[in-house]
Design a protein around this ligand. Structure first.
Ligand code: GCW
Length: 677
């Protein structure tokens, strides 16, 4: 049952319009708009968007030759008006556009329809500012070639993981009760929202590919085609997670050996059929030899062998395989201090650099562990110059509050993308990943607000914007999102939302695991505190706290040697206890509780201080939100309010469990004498 959200206008009844409410189109929709484009599907979308906005807001679509004050033109179109001529010669590329205003005419000029679509949404985003004084033409091109969301959606409801693995927004927007949704309007609306942020690829099913979902590749391909048809008009290509053992499970072969001719032929044939059905199919996503998924190891083959086999099947059709680097031993013995999960991806993949085909993209999680609120950047990203790399982020908030907590992740991603492995002035992570792309696990479900927590929409928005332009200021992206999503919002609404959200990642970090040590969550569902939850399990994520100290020694000198996976200067910085940034200290070093941080506080006092502060800040968010009663839609107000209650409760739980644990371990009292249990 879809719950009706009262008082909202949207293109899908009962569904919140997110950052595209009709009001966001007011400035553009009051113009006289000329569209000069071809008859492609995406150009058709631009025409429909323009017509819809004009109809709502009193503007007009004008015919070629007539005067317009907004022109959206393909450079290949004939009869370009004089204002457009000034924007020529800039080569915006396959998805980019040139945007300028001259003689009172705002011009979007693109070489391809996708650029026109992105240019249109840029005009929408700027609102009235797109129609003020003239300004010289600017070129906009996406910094990363593929900007992709991965869905961890299952067709069937999985007995443990539910329908959407790590999903906190209800069921899947693609499937319900084992079959596709009868009406896919919602998928189209999703594509529209994504296109407005610049996303151009979606992988629709879970990387843990179970029996039913494996068949999307073969006899259930029509379902993939139907979804692709909804997303195509918005310039989005569909990708599919496939099971490495498909030749056995679906093809009846007795092997999935990537070097076996029969296996290779099966993939080639199967892939050909996919392209017959979906000519613009994007490619495959593969989780192999990871957390129980099958892979090439069973045949004594390497990840490169596995990836290249699929790359070869896809190459004739222009597809790519995204091969995930999330490979580690999840059957560790905690007694064995030499195994370090952080090392695993680099140990497995760095030696394979240069062995992957050009259409095989190695998809690397941003940190060496697993989407923690704070991790160093994965050294794999620096170690494979001859491989196309994509960086993977997690928009779904598995470890960052599961969409019950406000946690705006733009600032974290901005730090990740701007990180320079080789020191100041050298290349950023975004530059290294430019040929591969930026990928994130989506946080969307069939919830009326899309994301469970209405404010979690901002994370989806920020992901797309940063994938297009990684150097955007995340605080500015937040304000952009607030402006679009709450178009009538006064200063109180805008200011309060900014105040609550902008520092919310830092707040979340303060009341959870300290100083980069990570985890300390409840095993299984990963929500709420459990300091020793993973300490003695086979998954390998430990903090080693005892009466003297805490943290993981990953140095070359005395620890697991993980610091040696970084190039200089970081290999030296992380190796050094005194130079290692405070926020990562316990990721790299085991230190006594009285160790003094660069901030001047001891580790133990820092743990107490941040946990008291974090919980207090969460309570402050709730107080701030209460100021908005009556100023935002009541249903949205209530939804956020209810979640803030849970956030405050949970933050206190974290504070008390972490502080109590470390007081009992260390015996060191809080310098300020606050209550610890
Ligand atoms: O973050 C972990 C999750 C798993 C997930 C895995 C992965 C899809 O706990 O649920 O599996 O990572 O990224 O493959």
């Amino acid at each position: 049952m879809q719950v009706e959200v009262p008082g909202i206008q949207a293109n899908v009844p009962g569904v919140h319009p997110a950052w595209l409410p009709p009001d966001a189109f007011r400035a553009a929709g009051t113009r006289r708009v000329l569209v000069l484009a071809d008859d492609s599907e995406v150009a058709g979308t631009v025409r429909a968007e323009v017509a819809d906005a004009c109809e709502r807001h009193g503007g007009a679509v004008v015919a070629p030759g007539a005067a317009g004050d907004l022109v959206l033109a393909l450079s290949t179109a004939g009869d370009l008006p004089p204002a457009v001529q000034a924007s020529r010669g800039q080569e915006p590329g396959p998805e980019g556009f040139v945007l300028g205003r001259r003689d009172g005419v705002t011009v979007v000029l693109a070489d391809h329809p996708a650029g026109l679509l992105y240019g249109w949404f840029e005009v929408v985003r700027r609102g009235a500012a797109a129609f003020g004084e003239d300004w010289p033409a600017e070129v906009h091109r996406p910094a990363l070639r593929r900007r992709m969301l991965d869905h961890w959606d299952n067709i069937d409801v999985h007995p443990v993981m539910g329908q959407v693995e790590r999903g906190y927004s209800g069921g899947s927007i693609f499937w319900r009760d084992g079959v596709p949704h009868e009406d896919l309007t919602r998928v189209r609306a999703y594509g529209r929202l994504l296109a407005a942020t610049g996303v151009n690829a979606v992988a629709i099913n879970n990387v843990n590919v179970h029996a039913t979902e494996a068949r999307l590749l073969t006899d259930r391909l029509a379902e993939v085609a139907a979804i692709a048809a909804e997303l195509r008009p918005y310039g989005i290509r569909v990708h599919l997670s496939v099971n490495f053992a498909s030749p056995i499970a679906l093809g009846g072969l007795d092997s999935a050996d990537p070097l076996d001719e029969g296996v290779r032929a099966w993939w080639a044939r199967t892939t050909e059929r996919v392209y017959e059905t979906i000519p613009d199919f994007g490619g495959y996503v593969v989780k192999a030899d990871s957390e129980g998924q099958p892979g090439p190891f069973a045949y004594g083959r390497s990840h490169a062998d596995g990836a290249n086999m699929l790359a070869d099947a896809l190459a004739p059709h222009g597809g790519v395989v995204h091969w995930r680097a999330f490979v580690y031993d999840h059957r560790q013995d905690w007694r064995d201090r030499s195994t370090d999960r952080a090392r695993a991806a680099h140990d497995h993949f760095a030696p394979l650099d240069g062995l992957f085909r050009d259409n095989a993209i190695l998809q690397v999680k941003y940190g060496p562990m697993d989407f923690q609120p704070r991790e160093p950047i994965s050294p794999v990203i620096a170690a494979m110059p001859a491989t196309r790399l994509a960086v993977e982020l997690q928009v779904t908030q598995e470890y960052t509050g599961q969409q019950r907590h406000v946690c705006y992740l733009g600032p974290m991603w901005s730090e990740v993308l701007g990180f320079r492995f080789w020191g100041p002035g050298e290349r950023t992570v975004a530059e290294v990943a430019a040929r591969g792309g930026l990928v994130a696990v989506s946080n969307v479900g069939d919830d009326p607000y899309w994301t469970g927590h209405p404010l979690a929409q901002a994370n989806l928005y920020a992901f797309g914007r940063l994938a297009w332009a990684p150097d955007l200021d995340p605080a500015a992206i937040l304000d952009e999102w607030i402006g679009l999503t709450f178009p009538g919002g006064d200063d109180l609404v805008r200011g309060t939302l900014h105040e609550i959200m902008d520092g919310s990642w830092a707040t979340y970090e303060r009341y959870t695991a300290p100083l980069g040590v990570g985890f300390m969550v409840r095993p299984g569902h990963h929500y709420g505190p459990d300091v020793d939850g993973y300490e003695y399990t086979p998954w390998g994520t430990y903090h080693f706290a005892d009466r003297d100290g805490v943290g993981v020694d990953r140095t070359r000198a005395t620890g697991t040697g993980y610091t040696g996976q970084y190039p200089a200067p970081w290999s030296e910085v992380y190796e050094s206890r005194s130079e290692c940034p405070d926020e990562l200290l316990l990721f790299f070093h085991h230190v006594p509780y009285q160790h003094v941080l660069q901030s001047g506080t001891t580790v133990i006092q820092h743990i107490y201080d941040t946990h008291f502060a974090g919980a207090e800040e969460a309570a402050g968010m709730r107080l701030a939100w209460e100021k908005l009663a009556g100023s935002v839609d009541p249903a949205l107000y209530a939804r956020v309010r209810e979640r803030l209650d849970e956030q405050v409760r949970c933050a206190e739980e974290w504070r008390d469990q972490v502080n109590t644990y470390f007081l009992r371990k260390s015996g060191v009292p809080d310098a300020h004498g606050r209550r610890i249990y």
